[in-house]
Design a protein around this ligand. Structure first.
Ligand SMILES: [Zn+2]
Length: 263
């Protein structure tokens, strides 16, 4: 996953460029206005020439840096596999032979475009990372044996055919049960059948349940991160031995946790 560091560098560069380009554009316009308002004697032109050459050189440097930033922007869109048509890092640069003012305006336009696009790109990447953190496809216990699959099965206690709405992982009593994804604890306590249960709401329509716990380690309303211990494996409620009953609900309906982990 991409770190935030490239963005910090990008933003700093763009911010710097924006300030510089604006200063440039203002300077150029102010310079022109003063030229129009106050006719300058021809003799003054000659000493100004070296300064203009210097500005020209600096503008060239900005154009080169901007080109590198645009290339980096395109590369990030590519790496993140975002729809390329939603981003435009191909604003046309002015021809190298164009007048200084035109080139400065083109640079200013390209910076404005990046000013808008880079935050959009960042939001897209961050929200994707958030979605990944909220997706309950993590392992709810470090060590354990998958003892019952999701779906129709003979009830282990009654022997009747019933829908098993989660998976069972058999393990040692007291083993840490961890959050499969980041979220907020929406319930922690006793529920008939489930015994001591922890329920975590993850956003994106996902909810996970960790049942038959020996003890809950969290309270309702608490925020948890992915992998954080939330309960101790046990055999409370309706069980035949110590195991974790792990459920994943999407938009209120149970889904197969293994199918989610495999994707
Ligand atoms: Zn179960």
């Amino acid at each position: 996953m991409l770190s935030r560091r490239p963005f910090a560098v990008l933003f700093a560069s763009v911010a710097g460029l924006s300030v510089l380009a604006t200063a440039y554009a203002l300077g150029v316009r102010a310079g022109q206005r003063s030229l129009i308002a106050v006719p300058v004697p021809l003799s003054v032109d000659a000493p100004q020439q070296p300064r203009l050459d210097g500005l020209d050189l600096r503008l060239g440097q900005f154009e080169a840096r901007l080109l590198r930033l645009e290339t980096l922007g395109r590369r990030l869109v590519q790496l993140a596999q975002l729809p390329a048509q939603e981003f435009n890092f191909d604003a046309p640069p002015a021809a190298p032979t164009a007048a200084f003012e035109q080139r400065a305006q083109a640079v200013s336009r390209r910076i404005e475009s990046q000013d808008v696009q880079l935050p959009v790109l960042e939001t897209a990447l961050v929200s994707r990372r958030m979605a990944a953190a909220l997706r309950p496809d993590g392992r709810p216990v470090d060590r354990g044996v998958l003892s019952s699959l999701y779906g129709e099965r003979a009830d282990p206690l009654s022997g009747e055919l019933a829908q098993h709405q989660g998976i069972d992982i058999a393990g040692g009593a007291g083993t840490a049960v961890v959050a499969a994804a980041a979220g907020v604890v929406s319930a922690a306590g006793w529920r008939d059948g489930y015994g001591t249960i922890v329920e975590i709401t993850h956003g994106n329509g996902f909810v996970t349940r960790y049942a038959h716990a020996q003890r809950s380690l969290v309270v309702a309303g608490q925020t948890v991160r992915r992998g954080q211990p939330v309960a101790l494996l046990g055999e409370s409620g309706r069980t035949t031995g110590p195991h974790l009953h792990f459920e994943v609900l999407r938009d209120g309906r149970p889904v197969d946790p293994l199918a989610l982990a495999r994707r």
